[in-house]
Design a protein around this ligand. Sequence first.
Ligand SMILES: NC(=O)c1ccc[n+]([C@@H]2O[C@H](COP(=O)([O-])OP(=O)(O)OC[C@H]3O[C@@H](n4cnc5c(N)ncnc54)[C@H](OP(=O)(O)O)[C@@H]3O)[C@@H](O)[C@H]2O)c1
Length: 341
Amino acid sequence: MSKDLVVVTGASGYIGSHIVANLLSKGRNVRATVRDMSDPERIQHLNNLPIEKDGSLEIVEMDLLNEESVNIAISGCEDVIHTAAAVIIKSKKPQKEIVDPSVIGTRNVLNAIEKNGKVINFIHTSSTAAIRPAKWENGTILTSETFAEDATLDKNPYGLAKYSAEMLVRKWHKNIKSGPRMITIHPCMVFGPAMSKRHLHGSLSILMMLVKRKLPVLLPMQISIVDVRDIAEIHVRALSSGKDGGRYLAVGGEMMWGDIAKLLKKNYPERKWATKVLPYHLALLVAALHPKVTIGWAKTHLKNKLYWDAGPASKDFQINWKDPKTTILETIPNIIENEWD
Ligand SMILES: NC(=O)c1ccc[n+]([C@@H]2O[C@H](COP(=O)([O-])OP(=O)(O)OC[C@H]3O[C@@H](n4cnc5c(N)ncnc54)[C@H](OP(=O)(O)O)[C@@H]3O)[C@@H](O)[C@H]2O)c1
């Protein structure tokens, strides 16, 4: 692998941290961007990472909304892996807190790449949220041909942020003369070991609800799961393989929420787990009464099964996705060891 400098934006984050770990294990020179270098929960785990011979780690402060800091972070890099985004589903100020960091932030990254003129590979972390339409039928298989064009600020600000940022990247890539290779990666719900307590607040909060027994009963819902280590690996492989302009779904498999709880109960019988799943009609009623859930959302998501075609990523990046059960069981030990439960 080349020895050139690779920048990872959002390196304090769950996925970004695993990408940095993966690159360092391969002896790459890595520039990791974080928002606050004085916070040990954002950088301590990065500083403790093993570094393979000839590799190096430089941590810099960068805010996506501060153009100058983005320019400085990108300058001198040949590879850019852009994971940073506001990973928030709901906010009272969705434009400012969810959409702007993704869209204005990604525009700043693209401008910085143009200014730098040295970038060869640009890998953008998108999401299944940029693909999934608001409504789908039970048993649907979505491919990378679908776009979340119907996402709105009101109903799905995170989907809007991910879709809009990706569209910006694609339009830019189409129009730029002699720009870098570009690939977008679209993970579903990411599970797998957390490297910092902060990592428990995003996608892992779903598992943490079970670990902390925050819910007395579960909803009859399917969750598509992919391992964070597989996600890191395909981001790194995308620097040297995959199609220019490729749009790759990254999904390891599906499990019902109740089956996840049963798996945990079987493997951790000494702990208490809520495993009871609400019957469908009762779950619909609960959703209808819930202030943050619409009946339309509940009718689409409860009980129904949605599948994703991650075949192109398996083929082009030569990856065998980890089984979701393995991923879940390997997520729990360091939560318990660190007493994050
Ligand atoms: N986890 C999933 O299930 C999942 C699924 C699909 C796609 N994704 C995508 O994967 C990427 C990483 O997500 P994650 O799960 O690793 O979430 P995360 O742990 O919240 O990481 C997000 C990273 O972005 C940084 N960030 C947020 N706003 C920023 C800003 N204004 N300027 C600079 N950095 C900023 C965060 O910095 P701080 O540490 O300072 O907050 C953090 O490093 C995101 O693009 C997300 O949309 C995640």
